[in-house]
Design a protein around this ligand. Sequence first.
Ligand code: PMP
Length: 410
Amino acid sequence: MTSSNSFDPYEIRKDFPILSRTNRGKPLVYLDNAATSQKPKSVINAISHYYESSNSNVHRGVYELAEDAENLYRNSRQKIAHWLGVSAEEIIFTRGATEGINLIAHSFAKHNINKGDLIILSEMEHHANIVPWQMIAKSKGANIQVVPVLNDGSLDREKLSEFLATPNTSILSLCYISNVLGTINPIKDIIEEAHQYGVKVVIDGAQAVPHMQIDLHNLDCDFFVFSGHKLFAPMGIGVVYAKNELMDEMLPYQGGGDMIDQVSFDGTTYAKGAQRFEAGTPNVCGAIGLGEAIDYLNGIEFSQVDAHEKKLLKETREGLKDIVGLVEHGITAEKAGVFSFTIKGIHPHDLSTLLDAEGIATRTGHHCCQPLMKKLGVEATARASYSMYNTLEDVNIFTDAVKRAVQILG
Ligand code: PMP
Protein backbone atom coordinates (compact mmCIF):
# COMPACT_ATOMS: atom_id res chain seq x y z
CA MET A 1 0.00 0.00 0.00
CA THR A 2 1.06 3.57 -0.62
CA SER A 3 1.88 5.86 2.27
CA SER A 4 -0.02 9.13 2.54
CA ASN A 5 2.91 11.33 1.52
CA SER A 6 3.94 9.41 -1.58
CA PHE A 7 0.92 8.85 -3.75
CA ASP A 8 1.89 6.53 -6.57
CA PRO A 9 -0.80 4.83 -8.69
CA TYR A 10 1.73 2.19 -9.78
CA GLU A 11 2.28 1.21 -6.15
CA ILE A 12 -1.49 1.13 -5.57
CA ARG A 13 -1.99 -1.08 -8.63
CA LYS A 14 0.19 -3.75 -7.02
CA ASP A 15 -2.50 -4.16 -4.37
CA PHE A 16 -5.17 -4.98 -6.97
CA PRO A 17 -4.49 -8.41 -8.50
CA ILE A 18 -7.18 -8.18 -11.18
CA LEU A 19 -5.42 -5.26 -12.83
CA SER A 20 -2.74 -7.59 -14.14
CA ARG A 21 -5.16 -9.76 -16.13
CA THR A 22 -5.86 -9.31 -19.82
CA ASN A 23 -9.03 -8.31 -21.63
CA ARG A 24 -9.42 -9.77 -25.16
CA GLY A 25 -5.76 -10.71 -25.03
CA LYS A 26 -4.53 -7.18 -24.28
CA PRO A 27 -3.48 -5.81 -20.88
CA LEU A 28 -6.64 -4.73 -19.07
CA VAL A 29 -7.20 -0.99 -18.90
CA TYR A 30 -10.04 -0.72 -16.41
CA LEU A 31 -11.95 2.53 -16.85
CA ASP A 32 -15.34 1.52 -15.49
CA ASN A 33 -14.88 2.47 -11.87
CA ALA A 34 -18.15 4.39 -11.62
CA ALA A 35 -19.91 1.06 -12.25
CA THR A 36 -17.81 -0.85 -9.75
CA SER A 37 -14.32 -0.62 -8.31
CA GLN A 38 -11.76 -3.41 -8.20
CA LYS A 39 -10.78 -4.97 -4.86
CA PRO A 40 -7.42 -4.84 -3.11
CA LYS A 41 -5.77 -8.06 -2.01
CA SER A 42 -6.38 -7.16 1.65
CA VAL A 43 -10.14 -7.15 1.06
CA ILE A 44 -10.02 -10.39 -0.92
CA ASN A 45 -7.94 -11.97 1.85
CA ALA A 46 -10.31 -10.74 4.56
CA ILE A 47 -13.21 -12.40 2.74
CA SER A 48 -11.48 -15.75 2.28
CA HIS A 49 -10.05 -15.59 5.79
CA TYR A 50 -13.53 -15.01 7.16
CA TYR A 51 -14.89 -18.09 5.40
CA GLU A 52 -11.83 -20.16 6.27
CA SER A 53 -11.76 -19.32 9.93
CA SER A 54 -14.69 -17.32 11.30
CA ASN A 55 -17.86 -18.11 9.36
CA SER A 56 -20.89 -18.41 11.57
CA ASN A 57 -24.23 -16.72 11.78
CA VAL A 58 -24.22 -13.61 13.94
CA HIS A 59 -26.61 -12.73 16.79
CA ARG A 60 -27.24 -15.14 19.64
CA GLY A 61 -24.50 -17.71 18.99
CA VAL A 62 -22.99 -18.76 22.32
CA TYR A 63 -19.97 -20.64 20.95
CA GLU A 64 -16.56 -19.09 20.32
CA LEU A 65 -16.81 -19.24 16.53
CA ALA A 66 -20.07 -17.30 16.57
CA GLU A 67 -18.50 -14.74 18.89
CA ASP A 68 -15.63 -14.31 16.44
CA ALA A 69 -18.03 -13.60 13.59
CA GLU A 70 -20.07 -11.27 15.79
CA ASN A 71 -16.98 -9.33 16.86
CA LEU A 72 -15.73 -8.94 13.30
CA TYR A 73 -19.17 -7.79 12.16
CA ARG A 74 -19.48 -5.31 15.04
CA ASN A 75 -15.95 -3.97 14.49
CA SER A 76 -16.76 -3.32 10.85
CA ARG A 77 -19.81 -1.27 11.73
CA GLN A 78 -17.65 0.73 14.11
CA LYS A 79 -14.90 1.27 11.53
CA ILE A 80 -17.42 2.46 8.96
CA ALA A 81 -19.08 4.81 11.45
CA HIS A 82 -15.73 6.22 12.52
CA TRP A 83 -14.69 6.71 8.91
CA LEU A 84 -17.90 8.64 8.19
CA GLY A 85 -17.61 10.68 11.40
CA VAL A 86 -20.78 9.34 13.04
CA SER A 87 -21.74 6.75 15.64
CA ALA A 88 -22.18 3.02 15.00
CA GLU A 89 -25.83 3.25 16.12
CA GLU A 90 -26.50 5.45 13.09
CA ILE A 91 -25.27 2.87 10.55
CA ILE A 92 -27.76 0.50 8.92
CA PHE A 93 -26.36 -2.21 6.67
CA THR A 94 -28.15 -2.73 3.36
CA ARG A 95 -27.39 -4.48 0.07
CA GLY A 96 -26.29 -1.20 -1.48
CA ALA A 97 -27.28 2.37 -2.31
CA THR A 98 -30.44 1.27 -4.11
CA GLU A 99 -31.75 -0.66 -1.16
CA GLY A 100 -30.68 2.23 1.06
CA ILE A 101 -32.81 4.79 -0.76
CA ASN A 102 -35.73 2.37 -0.81
CA LEU A 103 -35.33 1.92 2.93
CA ILE A 104 -35.39 5.67 3.57
CA ALA A 105 -38.36 6.14 1.25
CA HIS A 106 -40.39 3.34 2.82
CA SER A 107 -39.28 3.57 6.45
CA PHE A 108 -39.05 7.32 6.84
CA ALA A 109 -40.69 9.23 4.00
CA LYS A 110 -43.82 7.11 3.85
CA HIS A 111 -44.64 8.04 7.46
CA ASN A 112 -43.56 11.67 7.24
CA ILE A 113 -44.94 12.81 3.91
CA ASN A 114 -48.48 14.06 3.47
CA LYS A 115 -50.75 14.48 0.51
CA GLY A 116 -49.62 17.44 -1.58
CA ASP A 117 -46.09 17.54 -0.11
CA LEU A 118 -43.13 18.06 -2.41
CA ILE A 119 -40.14 15.79 -2.86
CA ILE A 120 -37.24 17.50 -4.64
CA LEU A 121 -34.96 15.52 -6.93
CA SER A 122 -32.64 16.67 -9.70
CA GLU A 123 -32.27 15.87 -13.38
CA MET A 124 -28.90 14.26 -12.77
CA GLU A 125 -30.21 11.51 -10.46
CA HIS A 126 -29.61 7.80 -10.98
CA HIS A 127 -32.80 5.75 -11.33
CA ALA A 128 -32.09 4.48 -7.80
CA ASN A 129 -32.77 8.01 -6.58
CA ILE A 130 -35.86 8.52 -8.70
CA VAL A 131 -38.00 5.39 -8.78
CA PRO A 132 -38.33 4.77 -5.00
CA TRP A 133 -39.52 8.39 -4.61
CA GLN A 134 -42.03 7.99 -7.42
CA MET A 135 -43.42 4.95 -5.61
CA ILE A 136 -43.79 6.87 -2.36
CA ALA A 137 -45.16 9.99 -4.06
CA LYS A 138 -47.79 7.89 -5.80
CA SER A 139 -48.88 6.07 -2.67
CA LYS A 140 -49.03 9.26 -0.57
CA GLY A 141 -50.37 11.72 -3.15
CA ALA A 142 -47.16 13.76 -2.94
CA ASN A 143 -45.51 15.55 -5.88
CA ILE A 144 -42.00 15.45 -7.25
CA GLN A 145 -40.20 18.60 -8.37
CA VAL A 146 -37.09 18.20 -10.48
CA VAL A 147 -34.19 20.66 -10.30
CA PRO A 148 -32.85 21.24 -13.82
CA VAL A 149 -29.24 20.68 -14.79
CA LEU A 150 -27.54 23.63 -16.51
CA ASN A 151 -25.45 23.34 -19.67
CA ASP A 152 -22.16 22.89 -17.81
CA GLY A 153 -23.60 20.04 -15.75
CA SER A 154 -24.23 22.01 -12.57
CA LEU A 155 -27.51 22.27 -10.71
CA ASP A 156 -29.82 25.19 -11.29
CA ARG A 157 -29.44 26.66 -7.81
CA GLU A 158 -32.08 29.32 -8.39
CA LYS A 159 -34.69 26.68 -9.12
CA LEU A 160 -33.50 24.61 -6.20
CA SER A 161 -33.86 27.61 -3.87
CA GLU A 162 -37.32 28.27 -5.23
CA PHE A 163 -38.38 24.66 -4.58
CA LEU A 164 -36.85 24.63 -1.10
CA ALA A 165 -38.73 27.79 -0.19
CA THR A 166 -42.07 26.27 -1.25
CA PRO A 167 -43.96 25.74 2.02
CA ASN A 168 -44.95 22.09 1.56
CA THR A 169 -41.50 20.85 0.53
CA SER A 170 -40.65 17.92 2.71
CA ILE A 171 -37.59 16.08 1.35
CA LEU A 172 -34.66 16.79 -0.94
CA SER A 173 -32.83 13.74 -2.28
CA LEU A 174 -29.70 14.53 -4.25
CA CYS A 175 -26.55 12.85 -5.47
CA TYR A 176 -23.26 14.14 -4.13
CA ILE A 177 -21.52 13.29 -7.41
CA SER A 178 -23.26 12.54 -10.71
CA ASN A 179 -22.33 9.15 -12.18
CA VAL A 180 -22.62 10.61 -15.70
CA LEU A 181 -21.46 14.21 -15.45
CA GLY A 182 -18.97 13.81 -12.62
CA THR A 183 -20.40 17.04 -11.17
CA ILE A 184 -19.60 17.43 -7.49
CA ASN A 185 -22.62 19.16 -6.03
CA PRO A 186 -21.99 21.78 -3.30
CA ILE A 187 -23.99 19.71 -0.86
CA LYS A 188 -22.78 21.33 2.36
CA ASP A 189 -24.23 24.61 1.20
CA ILE A 190 -27.40 22.97 -0.14
CA ILE A 191 -27.98 21.02 3.08
CA GLU A 192 -27.68 24.23 5.10
CA GLU A 193 -30.16 25.99 2.83
CA ALA A 194 -32.63 23.06 2.97
CA HIS A 195 -32.47 22.96 6.75
CA GLN A 196 -33.41 26.65 6.96
CA TYR A 197 -36.77 25.56 5.56
CA GLY A 198 -36.99 22.41 7.68
CA VAL A 199 -36.51 20.19 4.60
CA LYS A 200 -34.92 16.80 5.28
CA VAL A 201 -31.96 15.94 3.07
CA VAL A 202 -31.02 12.53 1.68
CA ILE A 203 -27.61 12.34 0.00
CA ASP A 204 -26.87 9.61 -2.53
CA GLY A 205 -23.16 9.19 -1.88
CA ALA A 206 -22.67 6.23 -4.23
CA GLN A 207 -20.19 8.06 -6.46
CA ALA A 208 -18.71 10.27 -3.76
CA VAL A 209 -17.23 7.73 -1.36
CA PRO A 210 -14.38 6.53 -3.60
CA HIS A 211 -13.30 10.08 -4.42
CA MET A 212 -13.38 12.00 -1.17
CA GLN A 213 -13.25 11.78 2.60
CA ILE A 214 -16.81 12.09 3.87
CA ASP A 215 -17.48 13.82 7.17
CA LEU A 216 -21.17 13.32 7.85
CA HIS A 217 -21.00 15.14 11.15
CA ASN A 218 -19.81 18.23 9.32
CA LEU A 219 -22.17 17.84 6.34
CA ASP A 220 -25.13 17.45 8.69
CA CYS A 221 -27.35 15.69 6.12
CA ASP A 222 -30.23 13.67 7.53
CA PHE A 223 -29.54 10.53 5.52
CA PHE A 224 -26.62 9.30 3.45
CA VAL A 225 -26.35 6.11 1.40
CA PHE A 226 -23.60 4.32 -0.50
CA SER A 227 -22.65 0.91 -1.89
CA GLY A 228 -19.55 -0.93 -0.74
CA HIS A 229 -18.70 -2.24 -4.20
CA LYS A 230 -17.82 1.22 -5.50
CA LEU A 231 -15.51 1.65 -2.51
CA PHE A 232 -13.18 -1.32 -3.15
CA ALA A 233 -15.40 -3.61 -1.04
CA PRO A 234 -17.54 -6.59 -2.10
CA MET A 235 -20.88 -6.38 -3.85
CA GLY A 236 -24.04 -6.87 -1.83
CA ILE A 237 -23.16 -4.61 1.09
CA GLY A 238 -24.09 -0.98 1.52
CA VAL A 239 -24.83 1.56 4.19
CA VAL A 240 -27.58 3.92 5.21
CA TYR A 241 -26.61 6.59 7.68
CA ALA A 242 -29.65 8.01 9.44
CA LYS A 243 -29.45 10.67 12.13
CA ASN A 244 -30.16 9.13 15.51
CA GLU A 245 -33.24 11.21 16.22
CA LEU A 246 -34.72 10.37 12.79
CA MET A 247 -34.10 6.68 13.20
CA ASP A 248 -36.54 6.76 16.11
CA GLU A 249 -39.22 8.11 13.77
CA MET A 250 -38.68 5.34 11.21
CA LEU A 251 -40.67 2.14 10.93
CA PRO A 252 -39.24 -1.06 9.49
CA TYR A 253 -40.46 -1.98 6.01
CA GLN A 254 -39.10 -5.53 6.09
CA GLY A 255 -40.03 -7.91 8.87
CA GLY A 256 -38.33 -11.11 9.94
CA GLY A 257 -35.67 -12.48 12.21
CA ASP A 258 -33.23 -10.24 14.07
CA MET A 259 -35.27 -7.03 13.74
CA ILE A 260 -37.65 -7.82 16.59
CA ASP A 261 -37.84 -7.43 20.33
CA GLN A 262 -40.77 -9.82 21.07
CA VAL A 263 -42.93 -11.77 18.65
CA SER A 264 -46.31 -13.29 19.38
CA PHE A 265 -49.44 -13.82 17.34
CA ASP A 266 -50.99 -11.00 19.35
CA GLY A 267 -48.44 -8.57 18.06
CA THR A 268 -44.72 -7.90 17.63
CA THR A 269 -42.40 -5.29 19.07
CA TYR A 270 -39.30 -4.22 17.23
CA ALA A 271 -35.66 -4.04 18.17
CA LYS A 272 -34.19 -0.62 18.86
CA GLY A 273 -31.98 1.39 16.49
CA ALA A 274 -30.39 0.16 13.30
CA GLN A 275 -31.16 -3.49 14.06
CA ARG A 276 -34.84 -2.75 13.45
CA PHE A 277 -34.02 -2.25 9.76
CA GLU A 278 -31.81 -5.29 9.28
CA ALA A 279 -34.24 -8.18 8.93
CA GLY A 280 -32.79 -11.63 8.32
CA THR A 281 -29.27 -12.98 8.20
CA PRO A 282 -27.02 -10.05 7.29
CA ASN A 283 -24.19 -9.99 4.78
CA VAL A 284 -21.58 -10.52 7.49
CA CYS A 285 -18.76 -11.19 5.10
CA GLY A 286 -19.66 -8.15 2.98
CA ALA A 287 -19.60 -5.93 6.06
CA ILE A 288 -16.20 -7.33 7.05
CA GLY A 289 -14.94 -6.71 3.50
CA LEU A 290 -16.20 -3.14 3.68
CA GLY A 291 -14.44 -2.61 7.02
CA GLU A 292 -11.25 -3.95 5.44
CA ALA A 293 -11.63 -1.62 2.43
CA ILE A 294 -11.84 1.27 4.86
CA ASP A 295 -8.68 0.09 6.61
CA TYR A 296 -7.03 0.09 3.19
CA LEU A 297 -8.25 3.61 2.45
CA ASN A 298 -6.96 4.87 5.77
CA GLY A 299 -3.50 4.61 4.20
CA ILE A 300 -4.48 6.88 1.32
CA GLU A 301 -4.70 10.65 1.24
CA PHE A 302 -7.88 11.67 -0.58
CA SER A 303 -6.57 15.12 -1.52
CA GLN A 304 -3.86 13.31 -3.47
CA VAL A 305 -6.43 11.02 -5.11
CA ASP A 306 -8.36 14.12 -6.12
CA ALA A 307 -5.28 15.82 -7.58
CA HIS A 308 -4.38 12.61 -9.40
CA GLU A 309 -7.86 12.21 -10.91
CA LYS A 310 -7.80 15.85 -12.04
CA LYS A 311 -4.55 15.11 -13.88
CA LEU A 312 -6.17 12.09 -15.54
CA LEU A 313 -9.13 14.21 -16.64
CA LYS A 314 -6.84 16.92 -18.01
CA GLU A 315 -4.84 14.35 -19.94
CA THR A 316 -8.07 12.86 -21.33
CA ARG A 317 -9.24 16.24 -22.60
CA GLU A 318 -5.84 16.94 -24.08
CA GLY A 319 -5.74 13.54 -25.80
CA LEU A 320 -9.21 13.89 -27.33
CA LYS A 321 -9.22 17.61 -28.12
CA ASP A 322 -8.77 17.21 -31.88
CA ILE A 323 -11.71 14.87 -32.38
CA VAL A 324 -14.33 16.73 -34.36
CA GLY A 325 -17.83 16.43 -32.95
CA LEU A 326 -16.75 15.18 -29.51
CA VAL A 327 -18.83 16.54 -26.65
CA GLU A 328 -17.80 16.09 -23.03
CA HIS A 329 -20.94 16.00 -20.91
CA GLY A 330 -20.34 17.77 -17.60
CA ILE A 331 -17.66 20.44 -17.49
CA THR A 332 -18.04 21.96 -14.03
CA ALA A 333 -14.85 23.03 -12.29
CA GLU A 334 -15.71 20.75 -9.37
CA LYS A 335 -15.76 17.43 -11.16
CA ALA A 336 -14.73 13.89 -10.21
CA GLY A 337 -12.77 11.57 -12.51
CA VAL A 338 -15.74 10.73 -14.72
CA PHE A 339 -15.54 11.48 -18.45
CA SER A 340 -18.82 10.97 -20.33
CA PHE A 341 -18.79 11.84 -23.98
CA THR A 342 -20.47 11.46 -27.33
CA ILE A 343 -19.00 11.85 -30.79
CA LYS A 344 -21.27 13.09 -33.56
CA GLY A 345 -22.14 10.31 -36.00
CA ILE A 346 -20.69 7.50 -33.87
CA HIS A 347 -22.75 5.23 -31.66
CA PRO A 348 -21.18 4.91 -28.19
CA HIS A 349 -21.73 1.13 -28.23
CA ASP A 350 -19.70 0.77 -31.44
CA LEU A 351 -16.96 2.87 -29.93
CA SER A 352 -16.83 0.84 -26.71
CA THR A 353 -16.80 -2.41 -28.66
CA LEU A 354 -13.66 -1.28 -30.49
CA LEU A 355 -12.12 -0.15 -27.20
CA ASP A 356 -12.90 -3.53 -25.65
CA ALA A 357 -10.93 -5.23 -28.45
CA GLU A 358 -7.94 -3.17 -27.30
CA GLY A 359 -8.29 -4.26 -23.68
CA ILE A 360 -10.10 -1.12 -22.52
CA ALA A 361 -13.15 -1.45 -20.27
CA THR A 362 -15.51 1.53 -20.58
CA ARG A 363 -19.26 1.72 -20.19
CA THR A 364 -21.87 2.94 -22.62
CA GLY A 365 -25.59 3.42 -22.35
CA HIS A 366 -27.91 5.57 -20.32
CA HIS A 367 -26.04 4.75 -17.09
CA CYS A 368 -29.42 4.39 -15.30
CA CYS A 369 -30.01 8.09 -15.92
CA GLN A 370 -32.63 8.18 -18.66
CA PRO A 371 -34.04 11.60 -17.65
CA LEU A 372 -30.52 13.05 -17.82
CA MET A 373 -29.94 11.50 -21.25
CA LYS A 374 -33.14 13.17 -22.41
CA LYS A 375 -31.89 16.49 -21.09
CA LEU A 376 -28.54 16.04 -22.84
CA GLY A 377 -30.38 15.16 -26.04
CA VAL A 378 -28.64 11.80 -26.42
CA GLU A 379 -29.72 8.19 -26.03
CA ALA A 380 -26.44 7.08 -24.56
CA THR A 381 -22.93 8.25 -23.77
CA ALA A 382 -19.59 6.51 -23.58
CA ARG A 383 -17.98 6.87 -20.16
CA ALA A 384 -14.47 6.43 -18.84
CA SER A 385 -14.40 6.64 -15.06
CA TYR A 386 -11.16 6.77 -13.14
CA SER A 387 -9.93 5.49 -9.84
CA MET A 388 -6.79 6.01 -7.79
CA TYR A 389 -5.09 3.05 -9.54
CA ASN A 390 -5.48 4.46 -13.06
CA THR A 391 -2.39 5.98 -14.61
CA LEU A 392 -1.59 8.55 -17.28
CA GLU A 393 -0.50 5.55 -19.35
CA ASP A 394 -4.07 4.16 -19.08
CA VAL A 395 -5.42 7.48 -20.27
CA ASN A 396 -3.05 7.58 -23.24
CA ILE A 397 -3.95 4.04 -24.27
CA PHE A 398 -7.61 5.03 -24.04
CA THR A 399 -7.37 8.31 -25.97
CA ASP A 400 -5.19 6.76 -28.70
CA ALA A 401 -7.71 3.92 -29.05
CA VAL A 402 -10.61 6.39 -29.28
CA LYS A 403 -8.78 8.23 -32.07
CA ARG A 404 -8.24 4.99 -33.97
CA ALA A 405 -11.87 4.00 -33.43
CA VAL A 406 -13.05 7.36 -34.81
CA GLN A 407 -11.03 6.73 -37.98
CA ILE A 408 -12.70 3.34 -38.39
CA LEU A 409 -16.24 4.39 -37.47
CA GLY A 410 -16.27 8.04 -38.58
N1 PMP B 1 -26.60 6.28 -7.23
C1 PMP B 1 -25.58 6.53 -8.08
C2 PMP B 1 -25.15 7.95 -8.30
C3 PMP B 1 -24.94 5.48 -8.72
O1 PMP B 1 -23.94 5.73 -9.56
C4 PMP B 1 -25.37 4.15 -8.47
C5 PMP B 1 -24.72 2.97 -9.16
N2 PMP B 1 -24.37 3.17 -10.48
C6 PMP B 1 -26.42 3.95 -7.58
C7 PMP B 1 -27.01 5.03 -6.97
C8 PMP B 1 -26.95 2.59 -7.28
O2 PMP B 1 -25.96 1.80 -6.67
P1 PMP B 1 -26.19 0.23 -6.48
O3 PMP B 1 -26.57 -0.30 -7.82
O4 PMP B 1 -24.85 -0.25 -6.03
O5 PMP B 1 -27.26 0.07 -5.48
